[in-house]
Design a protein. Structure first.
Length: 553
């Protein structure tokens, strides 16, 4: 037991932890040990087909309803058969999460922190290659994209969440305890379980969404994405090896709509921790509103959703840096990052200077299997994404305002490959300039050099999203103008850099408007959403007279 659960004020304070460092990124250069180990692990994972069960109350549950998990860049290759949860399993998982909470709270923050620190240590060491290889194969990431996501970011989430949880405790204590009394605040978790619904594109986010609420004492149902069951299952196994008690996080591959219904029909549903598309999140929010009268409390609703992330260049900017930001920002991980640069506003003179270079560099990008380490891009996640993205490209091809200046081809037979594609449009409100595509497609609007401020306004008003964005400009004055004009256009704002690649504890991540509730995953703000403090006043004076002085004659 730690001080969080005691009434004695001297026990309220817990050990403050020293600040962790971000996990160093391994390079995987040819002939390095890490490269050799990773290649061995990829081969091993490709040589077998595993069965993935649900994990309910710490037990493996195999069902009759299975789907396969394939490799997106070689989609005839099956990695796993996944046993899906049906209504019964989902109901069982709710029960197990509810009954696990008391013991989990009693374990205390310090012990819970130790478990997640162990998770981070295992991922940094013995499990690193396993998790990276599974993310490369399951979600088609290059080694670098897998390393910064599945290894480094998740290690950082776990280590920094522990640090934040241990330290915000003291800041939340009452400032005043007059003589004769002691005022304290107990950092209680929410009463009940959290439904964590996770996206395919980041293994780290998938691991973080159930574990952040769990760290502060909630229990969780974890509904992984259809397209990342394999790597996410490895994360679940890692957490179990680190000592996560049964029932605290229940792993439930299956239908998102069905699990939401089952969770919402349980009065102990205490909140949802979601990352995914805007439409799905809005639907969940509406269903929660309807279910409200049957719930014990007001659930916390935390969701990070879509983006239409931008780069605005000023006529006076670092043009070489701009080319790198456009290329990396738009095409790394095939543009399947919520933060990917997918629209750019470039002044005419700058475009005249950089377009040739940008096109030449994009033409050099190699696409293919993640096992070939010379590839910069691999496949998009599935047939649905392939059809959606190529649909946008086809419609741009047929739009007289749009010109595809590089890329535009695709090939889906072996893997779902789409070329990095740049569309130049004369219409700043054309479809690919305002809608989230979530693929390797960048649309550029070329504006008159004199229209910088009007273009900032256009950027602010063109899309419902407000996740990430970047300004490229040399003078402080122009940077300040953009900083002010784009205040609400992005929750993560970059100056002279690409709008992707946020690092835990460096650029807390999240957006507003249609991009989410902006609760900044990986930071103290997010953890605070999963607590419901109890204020405790303890009087040490014995009060035996009920009258007040004003009542005397
Ligand atoms: P998605 O919305 O298709 O799926 C996300 C999760 O929701 C999955 O687990 C899915 O099974 C589940 N789901 C689908 N329909 C559901 C329903 N009706 N009810 C309940 N759950 C349901 O998103 P995706 O394709 O996995 O991920 C890509 C999206 O996520 C993009 O829009 C991207 O911008 C966004 N994203 C945002 C952030 C961020 O931090 N803002 C980070 C990563 C991804």
């Amino acid at each position: 037991m730690d001080g969080h659960n005691h009434i004695n004020s001297s026990l309220v304070s817990i050990n403050m932890s020293s600040q962790p460092d971000n996990e160093p990124i391994l390079n995987y250069e040819a002939s390095s040990t890490e490269r050799e180990n990773l290649e061995k692990e990829i081969k091993r994972q490709l040589s077998e087909v595993i069965e993935i069960p649900c994990i309910i109350n710490g037990k493996e549950v195999y069902t009759k309803n299975t789907v396969t998990q394939v490799v997106p860049h070689n989609h005839s290759h099956v990695l796993a058969n996944v046993h899906l949860a049906g209504k019964n399993e989902m109901e069982e998982a709710c029960k197990s999460a509810v009954s696990a909470q008391k013991e989990w709270i009693d374990l205390g923050l310090e012990e819970r922190c130790k478990i997640f620190e162990r998770c981070a240590d295992l991922l940094a060491t013995n499990w690193r290659m396993k998790i990276n290889a599974s993310t490369m194969l399951n979600q088609s990431k290059t080694v670098f994209q897998a390393e910064i996501d599945a290894a480094c970011e998740l290690i950082d989430f776990w280590r920094f969440n522990v640090h934040y949880a241990q330290n915000f405790h003291d800041d939340l204590q009452p400032l005043v305890s007059p003589e004769g009394m002691v005022n304290t605040t107990e950092i209680r978790p929410l009463e009940g379980f959290i439904l964590a619904i996770t996206p395919f594109n980041f293994t780290s986010i998938a691991g973080n969404l159930p574990s952040a609420p769990a760290l502060v004492g909630c229990t969780a149902l974890w509904k992984p994405s259809r397209n990342s069951y394999y790597s996410n299952y490895m994360i679940m196994k890692l957490m179990m090896e680190a000592g996560l008690p049964a029932g605290v996080i229940n792993f439930l591959p299956g239908s998102g709509a069905e699990i939401t219904d089952v969770a919402l029909s349980n009065p102990d549903f205490a909140g949802v921790h979601f990352t995914g598309s805007t439409g799905v999140f809005q639907g969940i929010w509406q269903r929660i509103a309807k279910a409200l009268p049957n719930l014990k409390g007001y659930p916390r609703i935390v969701g990070e959703t879509g983006g239409k992330d931008f780069i605005v260049a000023h006529p006076d900017c670092d043009e070489k840096g701009l080319v790198v930001a456009l290329l990396r920002g738009a095409f790394e991980y095939q543009g399947q990052k919520c933060s990917a640069a997918s629209r750019a506003y470039i002044p005419k003179t700058v475009w005249e200077n950089i377009s040739g270079k940008l096109i030449t560099e994009v033409e050099k990008i190699k696409i293919g299997d993640c096992n070939d380490f010379t590839n910069f891009m691999t496949a998009v996640i599935d047939q649905k994404a392939f059809d959606k993205i190529t649909g946008y490209i086809d419609r741009a091809r047929g739009n007289e305002n749009c010109e595809i200046v590089v890329g535009g081809q695709s090939e889906g037979k072996k893997g779902w490959f789409i070329e990095p594609t740049i569309i130049v449009t004369k219409d700043p409100k054309s479809e690919s300039m305002v809608e989230e595509i979530f693929g390797p497609v960048l649309t550029i609007y070329v504006y008159d050099d004199d229209n910088f401020e009007a273009t900032l306004k256009l950027c602010d008003e063109s899309s419902p999203y407000a996740l990430t964005g970047a300004i490229f400009a040399k003078s402080e004055k122009d940077i300040q103008i953009a900083y002010d004009a784009l205040r609400f256009t992005a929750g993560n704002f970059y100056i002279n850099d690409k709008p992707t690649g946020a690092v835990v504890a460096q650029q807390p991540f999240g957006g507003a408007r249609a991009s989410g509730t902006n609760d900044k995953a990986g930071g103290p703000l997010n953890l605070l959403r999963w607590i419901s403090p109890r204020s405790v006043k303890r009087t040490n004076m014995e009060i035996h007279d009920w009258t007040y002085p004003f009542m005397e004659d």
